[in-house]
Design a protein around this ligand. Structure first.
Ligand SMILES: N[C@@H](CCC(=O)N[C@@H](CS)C(=O)NCC(=O)O)C(=O)O
Length: 210
């Protein structure tokens, strides 16, 4: 049994979608970051960076923060969603790290400046929107002629997808990125993704592009 500490955000959804895909039993603990619950001392014990998501594997008592580390842990625990072949495995890890270092932090800045603080910092809006379009372009090229980021559906797709699901917040028209759109819609239809998206609570359907 896994204890999942999470909220309705892209990083949180990576963990819940992976748990659903892997059919691992888990207990959800909502950490409402809008009420600063991530700073509670009991949560800091399992997530020293006071951010969601975090997990505790009750079989061993092992706790883990950072969504990328959580995805790797769950994939290794089950032997799924991460290839065994060394080259393919590192290709998945490469794109997982690309998400962790690029897509997550940069699109997070777009949410901050473009969605929540529009007009306050035009330079930051321009800078992060430009970077968002560059990253969407990288993903578009990677998905040209491929169903998934690396061969079969993997933790790399699971890491990237929840950030793309906020394309409306990012003012991104997915029609500009047809391969990203096709990949996004295909993953959106997976039952585990639909379920994992609504953890820890249902805040509406998965956004679909027109
Ligand atoms: N690199 C971390 C980032 C986690 C993160 O930024 N989580 C956000 C929600 S998506 C959070 O907990 N924010 C709370 C805060 O900013 O205080 C990961 O991938 O797990």
């Amino acid at each position: 049994m896994i204890d999942l500490y999470t909220w309705t955000t892209p990083n949180g959804r990576k963990a819940s979608i992976a748990l659903e895909e892997l059919q691992l039993p888990y207990t959800v603990h909502a950490v409402d970051i809008s009420k600063d619950e991530q700073f509670k001392p009991e949560f800091l014990k399992i997530s020293p960076n006071n951010r969601i998501p975090a997990i505790v594997d009750s079989a061993s008592g092992f706790s883990l923060m950072e969504s990328g580390a959580i995805l790797l842990y769950l994939a290794e625990k089950t032997g799924k969603l991460l290839p065994k072949d060394t080259e393919k495995r590192y290709r998945v890890i490469e794109w997982l790290m690309w998400q962790m270092g690029g897509i997550g932090p940069m699109l997070g800045q777009v949410h901050h400046f473009v969605k929540y603080n529009k007009g306050k910092a035009p330079y930051a809006e321009e800078r992060y929107l430009k970077e968002a379009h560059r990253l969407y372009g990288v993903l578009e090229r990677r998905l040209t002629g491929r169903d998934f980021v690396v061969d079969d559906y993997s933790i790399a797709d699971i890491a990237i997808w929840p950030w793309i699901s906020r394309f409306e917040w990012q003012t991104i028209d997915l029609n500009q990125y047809p391969n990203v759109k096709r990949w996004y819609v295909a993953i959106a239809q997976r039952p585990a993704v639909q379920k994992g998206y609504k953890v820890p609570k249902d805040v509406g359907e998965v956004p679909l592009p027109t």
